[in-house]
Design a protein around this ligand. Structure first.
Ligand SMILES: [Fe+2]
Ligand SMILES: [Fe+2]
Length: 386
């Protein structure tokens, strides 16, 4: 039984599918700007954020394929900002003036200003949910998350689910960057620090899986699948009593496991209709492509590389890319395979609805059971009930 990568069946290829389509936003994240009834970008820039009322401003996607990155900005969703911390860098909202083709980025928050709850409410009232930072500020954004992590480690008041949510947002920020720039080795280091922080949190607070699961998105967004698989893998391995360094290593591998999809044409990944045999063959290559990329960059050890390369191998030998069987499959990959399939089943995708965790486990125990390590699947079911 294959754990497939696309919701549509290729002609003549194995029938039961688990879907993990990737609509990686890094490949052409389109620009949505607020349209204001004001002529000229200079006038908009001059009037500034306070003079503009966004409540009635309609959102408009810019025509053409220009991306924020090309304009020198990166997305910084408001959910990343934590009240009571300083704003890490200048943050902007794109505004489209009457008659202009490109937006003007109007500054909303200043670097170093105190982000109060009143600001959070004010932005919400203005229906602003996405802010943008200048692209060269990315390193500063990472420090911002690090500072919050340190403060939270000491904090006994913030509830665990909120801490888990902040860890989720930090992980999303890293995962977003990993898929945006697959050659940036700095983010391997950052991913390890993030995984360390997560494992420390899970361990110290004896966090139950329900807390982790609560912060997962119930719809499919860019990067979220890799991030969720990574978090689930670390929580599960903690439950299995694995050594901390192995948990962190597998967590980092989980964050990168689908990076091979960056080299699959997004028209194939997003195709809503059936794939041809040739198109399907491209999707089947992603574990091998990921392995080759990560091995050539020298970022991971052999266990992590095996996890990435073998995450679609099935215990009965029907998986890909090598068709390995049973004990030939690395234990890291067997764990990753279970968490990967569970997340793919329980997340809404552009072409299929999510199933409940209960239904997902039922499927995994019945139609798909030959794909998984029986003992690990049993432990995974126990873990989800813990
Ligand atoms: Fe995959
Ligand atoms: Fe996956």
């Amino acid at each position: 039984m294959l754990c497939q990568e696309h919701g549509q069946q290729a002609a003549g290829i194995e029938s039961t599918f688990l879907n993990e389509l990737g609509s990686w936003g890094a490949q052409g994240e389109g620009i949505i700007a607020r349209v204001v009834d004001m002529a000229g970008s200079a006038a908009v820039a001059e009037s500034g954020f306070n003079a503009l009322d966004f409540r009635k401003a309609r959102k408009q996607s810019l025509s053409g394929s220009v991306t924020f990155e090309e304009l020198g900005y990166v997305a910084f969703p408001i959910k990343y900002l934590v009240p009571d911390f300083m704003v890490p860098c200048n943050l902007f909202v794109p505004i489209l003036a009457k008659g202009e083709d490109l937006p003007t980025f109007v500054k909303v928050l200043d670097r170093g200003q105190f982000y109060s709850d009143a600001w959070r409410v004010a932005l919400k009232e203005q229906r602003i949910d996405e802010l943008y930072a200048e692209a060269h500020e990315t390193a500063g954004l990472d420090e911002y998350f690090q500072e919050i992590m340190e403060a939270l480690a000491e904090d006994e008041v913030t509830p665990n689910w909120q801490k888990a949510l902040i860890l989720y947002n930090y992980g999303e920020f890293i995962a977003r960057h990993i898929f945006h720039d697959v050659y940036d080795g700095q983010f391997v280091e950052k991913a390890s620090q993030w995984a360390d922080a997560l494992v420390g949190f899970l361990h110290a607070k004896k966090v139950s899986v329900s807390v982790i699961y609560r912060v997962f998105m119930n719809h499919y967004e860019t990067f979220n699948h890799s991030l969720q698989v990574s978090m689930m893998v670390m929580a599960f391995c903690g439950h299995l009593g694995w050594r901390q360094e192995d948990v962190v290593r597998l967590g980092v591998a989980g964050l990168f496991h689908d990076i091979g999809k960056v080299w699959v044409d997004s028209r194939i990944l997003l195709k809503p209709s059936s794939l041809t045999r040739e198109e399907f063959a491209f999707i089947l290559r992603h574990p091998q492509t990921a392995y080759e990329h990560l091995a050539s960059m020298g970022w991971m050890n052999t266990d992590q590389l095996a996890a990435v390369r073998e995450h679609h191998e099935s215990m009965d030998g029907t998986g890909y890319p090598q068709g390995l069987k049973g004990s030939e499959i690395h234990p890291f990959a067997r764990v990753l395979h279970i968490c990967d399939c569970f997340d793919a089943l329980t997340t809404h995708r552009p072409y299929k609805k999510a199933v409940t965790p209960f239904k997902a486990l039922k499927l995994m125990q019945s139609e798909m059971r030959l794909s998984f390590d029986r003992h690990l699947l049993y432990k995974f079911i126990q873990f989800l009930g813990s």
